[in-house]
Design a protein around this ligand. Structure first.
Ligand code: SF4
Length: 493
């Protein structure tokens, strides 16, 4: 089936996102005479007598319907953005009527970070009840989700500068793009370590050089590093000496604040030997992520994790004995073949391990993942069942004394749901808040790492290192020069 769109160019990408929520798998293209589409969706925008008007229409062989949204123009508001939002809202409300319901609780919040929107509304001085009302009316978010993101944003406010880009504190991310094996659902640059073993040493050497150069540039720009995140991939699958060298380089070269946070992603529990945990502890890591994803042996085999539930428990025990302060555990709702009962069991086993953080993801079927190519072989839970798993996770996190403190959404998540990070109060990971809310700059080091340069006023420049580790090594000098210029610009801003 083909859907033709007739809408102003600036609004088209946002409208396409909304249409995809209602019509999955349809081809969408600009409407044109003789283009042969089965459905035509039109959108027109107008400003008249102090109001913005968005009129949406749908036409097919047996259907013709229109919907109009009208809002007063608020003086000082960003008219371009408001017009795009109203256009999406008009199309959403139109299709909600046509399809007799909404397939997502998130309304028109596609392709945007929900809590960033909440912060923008809060910056305007609205009280929480007003924020929830604005989210339900202007973004078509359900009252439950509106309350959830308002709660998260309120929790984050003390960690954020009042205005984007005004903090002299930044974050640093360093990535290790190697893993013991590749998970079924993985879409990251994560190269199986055994197969690409010959790439690892040159890669680590290049990363050490980038860390040193960035450390000098950050010092020259009089910035301070408040949080460091060593992620991947699986950093803990490096040889112990390589891992120690990377952690030492981060600690020695970056000008850190006295209260600097250092997270090490130990994603695969089987990599967390006593020696590796000792290196992480000696480096002064404040947070370690041990990620079971599920505590069901059967599912671990299906998703290609190559570790057992026992490995998770052993890693946790070693981390606790070493005295690591904050442990995070990641789980995924919606894994192939899992039921709400499996999730309940997983959460019960995790609660018994008493982590300080729990990150609950919804499975996303990404194009680059093996799961996407072999989807027919892996029955996935229904959106309703996945939603029930998230609800159960929320309930259990609450019973563990945790609060939701960051969230994000991605494309192609089961049931158009969300990922939520929970933490015991006082154990929040600042890096996770920084990366989602984009009020601090973050410098990304290593293959595929993204840097976010946030200027005062909120202008955000995203820049990426090459994904391929060989290209990263080959182009290191050029990468370093670009990064130095980006960091120097932060100082001039
Ligand atoms: S552990 Fe993470 S990065 Fe590594 S293969 Fe699995 S999903 Fe990808």
């Amino acid at each position: 089936m083909i859907i033709g769109i007739n809408a102003p160019d600036a609004c088209r990408p946002g409208i396409e996102d909304i249409i995809r929520v209602f019509y999955r798998g349809f081809e969408i293209k600009p409407a044109a005479p003789g283009a042969g589409h089965d459905i035509e969706i039109t959108l027109s925008l107008e400003q008249s007598d102090g109001y913005l008007l968005a009129a949406a229409g749908i036409q097919s062989a047996n259907l013709e319907r229109t919907h109009m949204e009208k809002e007063p123009v608020i003086p000082g508001s960003d008219l371009e953005n408001e017009s795009k939002r109203l256009a999406r809202l008009a199309v959403y409300r139109l299709l909600e009527g046509v399809k007799a319901g909404c397939p997502t609780p998130w309304g028109i919040m596609t392709g945007i970070r929900p809590t960033k929107v909440v912060h923008r509304i809060m910056d305007g001085g609205l009280a929480p009840e007003g924020v929830i009302k604005a989210l339900t009316e202007k973004f078509a978010v359900t009252p439950e989700k509106a309350a959830l993101i308002t709660e998260i944003a309120l929790h984050q406010r003390p960690f954020l500068p009042a205005h984007p880009g005004t903090s002299r504190e930044i974050g640093v991310y360093a990535g290790i793009p190697f893993c013991p094996s590749r998970c079924l659902y993985c879409s990251f640059p994560a190269y199986p370590r055994e197969k690409y073993r010959h790439w690892v040493a040159p890669y680590v050497n290049a990363l050490l050089q980038e860390i040193k150069a960035v450390g000098e540039a950050v010092k020259a720009a009089s910035l301070n590093v408040r949080c460091i995140y060593l992620g991947g991939g699986t950093p803990t699958c490096l040889e112990p000496a390589q891992l120690a060298a990377v952690l030492e380089a981060l600690n020695q070269n970056l000008p850190v604040t006295a209260d600097r946070e250092l997270t090490v992603e130990g994603g695969r529990p089987e990599t967390l030997s006593a020696e590796v945990i000792d290196i992480i502890r000696a480096a002064g890591a404040t947070r370690l992520s041990i990620n079971p994803q599920t505590m069901q042996e059967r599912t671990l085999r299906v998703i290609g994790r190559h570790h057992t539930v026992r490995d998770v428990m052993d890693a946790m025990e070693r981390a606790r004995s070493a005295g690591l302060e904050t442990i995070n555990m990641d789980i995924i709702a919606g894994l192939p073949g899992e039921t709400a009962g499996d999730m309940r069991d997983t959460l019960g086993r995790i609660a018994a391990l008493r982590p300080e953080n729990l990150s609950v993801h919804t499975l996303a079927v990404k194009r680059a993942a093996r799961l996407s190519r072999e989807i027919d072989q892996y029955p996935l839970p229904s959106p309703g069942s996945t939603g029930a798993m998230l609800e159960e996770a929320r309930r259990r996190a609450g019973l563990m004394g945790m609060v939701p403190y960051y969230m994000y959404r991605q494309k192609n998540m089961l049931g158009n749901l969300e990922n939520i990070g929970y933490a015991l109060p006082g154990r929040e990971c600042l890096y996770n808040i920084m990366i989602m809310e984009e009020r601090h700059s973050i410098i990304g080091l290593g293959a595929g790492a993204g840097s976010k340069y946030v200027m005062p006023g909120g202008m955000l420049y995203n820049r990426y290192n090459p994904k391929d580790p060989r290209l990263y090594v080959e182009r290191l000098e050029e990468i370093i020069q670009k990064k130095k210029r980006g960091i120097a610009a932060l100082n001039r801003a």
